[in-house]
Ligand binder design. Structure first.
Ligand SMILES: Nc1ncnc2c1ncn2[C@@H]1O[C@H](COP(=O)(O)OP(=O)(O)OP(=O)(O)O)[C@@H](O)[C@H]1O
Ligand SMILES: [Mg+2]
Length: 255
């Protein structure tokens, strides 16, 4: 089952640099939200605060709350590893383990977290099917992942993140290193996953945001810390944004 995720008054710093100011956003269960905005406005920083990856950067600090189904993931005593199992992440550059086989990659999260699985073969197949990769790799599950194309590697990373059954999937420009065919394949995958997951995706591609997201949030830094200019239904953000700066950005006038 998917879950609601809510950021409340999130700030982020890198030592003294205030990178992100007062972001409050709700991500509804079963929806896809696109985060857009010019380079350096804090999209990656924000997405990293959503599964407690930000705090692992030396000098990084944050303030605010992030609620998963109403419970703050920053609460004292919470097991960070468990949070990351529930809120998975896919990065810009596909990062499979190249010297593990395709099959081992899919199950690597399970192994690391020492999760019990009844039937590993079934789980492996299910994740690869959902990531849209099964047909291409079913006869070579024992080959090294390093031998896959970039688009296949990215879908393998998606399959790997699905294996631990996250409720939320964060994706930071997952298609920016891929060709148009692989991009469309991954977009299909994202839409399919959204039926029972909550998805947050950073993208610089306005057509992509329009194609796959239900909601779009526009960030800007304007010289100061990055902040949220507006959020709304994707159709509205692209056709009748409230803020002039959003209109200028989505119509390609800057950024
Ligand atoms: N590890 C870091 N150490 C110091 N400053 C950082 C670090 N990562 C990001 N920043 C700064 O924080 C601000 C936000 O960066 P961030 O990477 O979140 O932007 P972004 O919107 O994801 O940009 P892009 O679209 O280029 O990926 C920038 O000013 C950046 O220089
Ligand atoms: Mg970024």
């Amino acid at each position: 089952m998917s879950s609601d995720l809510e950021a409340r008054g999130v700030h982020a710093w890198f030592t003294k640099h205030h990178a992100l100011a007062d972001i409050s956003l709700t991500f509804n269960a079963g929806s896809v939200t696109a985060l857009i905005g010019p380079s350096g406005c804090g999209k990656s920083t924000f997405i990293r605060t959503l599964n407690r990856m930000h705090e692992f950067i030396p000098g990084a600090a944050m303030a605010g709350e992030v609620l998963l189904n109403g419970k703050d993931i920053y609460e004292k005593g919470i097991d960070v590893t468990k949070i990351r199992l529930q809120i998975g992440m896919v990065f810009q550059k596909p990062n499979p383990f190249p010297s593990m086989t395709i099959g081992e990659n899919v199950l690597s999260g399970i192994k690391l977290a020492q999760l019990k699985v009844e039937n590993k073969d079934d789980l492996m197949e299910e994740c690869l099917v959902r990531a849209g990769l099964w047909k291409e790799v079913k006869d070579r599950l024992d080959s090294y992942a390093g031998g896959l194309s970039g688009g296949q590697q990215q879908r393998l990373c998606i399959a790997r993140s699905l294996a631990v059954k996250p409720k939320v999937l964060l994706m930071d420009e997952p298609c920016s290193a891929l060709d148009p065919g692989s991009t469309l394949r991954i977009e299909d995958t994202i839409r399919e996953l959204a039926s029972d997951m909550t998805i947050v995706i950073v993208t610089h591609n306005m057509q992509q945001a329009a194609r796959i997201s239900d909601f779009t949030a526009f960030f800007l830094s304007d010289g100061g810390p990055g902040h949220l200019i507006e959020v709304g239904k994707t159709n509205d953000i692209f056709s009748k944004p409230v803020d002039k700066r959003t209109e200028d950005y989505v119509s390609g006038r800057f950024g």
